[in-house]
Design a protein around this ligand. Structure first.
Ligand code: ADP
Ligand code: MG
Length: 238
């Protein structure tokens, strides 16, 4: 397990998908969610994944982050073959090296903001340090809300708590699945800006699934998908 943690912690280790396909068995037959996807996400880069609903964006993000393993194909982080790891090793790597933000904030309703965020550090095997947690909340402009419960916050504030939770343990890779889908423009700008700031300040690799063109255009690379395939990759000129 140590080997896994060391390699995925190595700065510069890219995430590489080779010939990745994903099939889901359903009562109506097999659904081909991804078809022969080959992709490298460079360390420290920012990437947007765009495309119509059902084209495989969330499936691709889940495979990049080791939440799921593909039906066929290989997923590597540096020298580690994630797609062949035991569930236990893959889980340990995921908790340590990755941070996830989903459209729903998925906060624990009976835990305070401090407890929700601190829990993530503990899951990553790190101490929950007050100063580190507070700095993260301050950076997201929710520094005075640590003792509140999720239902005492607005939707935008809750989503920023979800960002703090995803990033407090200093993951090398932040993955966000339509993190701004349910928010108004001002709140969604704050969420995206906070992710981008972290990417710029700490070199965190960032991959964002988004319907929002203005969000996509802020990333280094835009990946376009259709029917489970990558149909275009463009580098955005800054
Ligand atoms: P997107 O995020 O672009 O909307 P998804 O990756 O969620 O697309 O889904 C891609 C395809 O895979 C869709 O046809 C979807 O219905 C199917 N799918 C996704 N997850 C599952 C699952 N757990 N079981 C069965 N089918 C799934
Ligand atoms: Mg999706």
């Amino acid at each position: 397990m140590n080997e896994v943690l060391v390699a995925s912690d190595t700065p510069g280790a890219p995430i590489m998908l080779t010939g990745v396909s994903m099939e889901y068995p359903t009562s109506a037959g097999r659904v081909q969610a991804l078809v022969d996807v080959t992709l490298t996400v460079g360390s420290g880069t920012s990437t947007a994944i765009v495309g119509p609903s059902g084209c495989g964006k969330s499936t691709l993000l889940g495979i990049i982050g080791g939440l799921e393993i593909p039906t066929t194909g290989e997923v590597r982080v540096g020298d580690d073959i994630v797609s062949s790891m035991s569930d236990q090793d893959r889980g340990a790597m995921r908790r340590r090296a990755f941070g996830f933000v989903f459209q729903a904030d998925n906060l624990q309703p009976f835990l305070t903001v401090n407890e929700n965020v601190g829990l993530q550090s503990l899951l990553a095997g790190l101490p929950d340090e007050d100063a580190q947690r507070q700095a993260m909340l301050d950076a997201l402009e929710i520094g005075s809300f640590g003792h509140r419960f999720p239902d005492q916050l607005s939707g935008g504030q809750r989503q920023r708590v979800a960002v703090a939770r995803a990033l407090v343990h200093g993951p090398r890779v932040a993955l966000a699945d339509e993190p701004t889908g349910s928010l108004d423009t001002a709140s969604s700008d704050k969420v995206v800006l906070s992710l981008l700031r972290l990417h710029e300040q700490k070199g965190t690799t960032l991959v964002v699934v988004t319907h929002d063109r203005s969000v996509a255009e802020r990333m280094d690379v835009v990946i376009e998908m259709r029917s489970g395939r990558i149909t275009g990759t463009s580098a955005v000129s800054s």
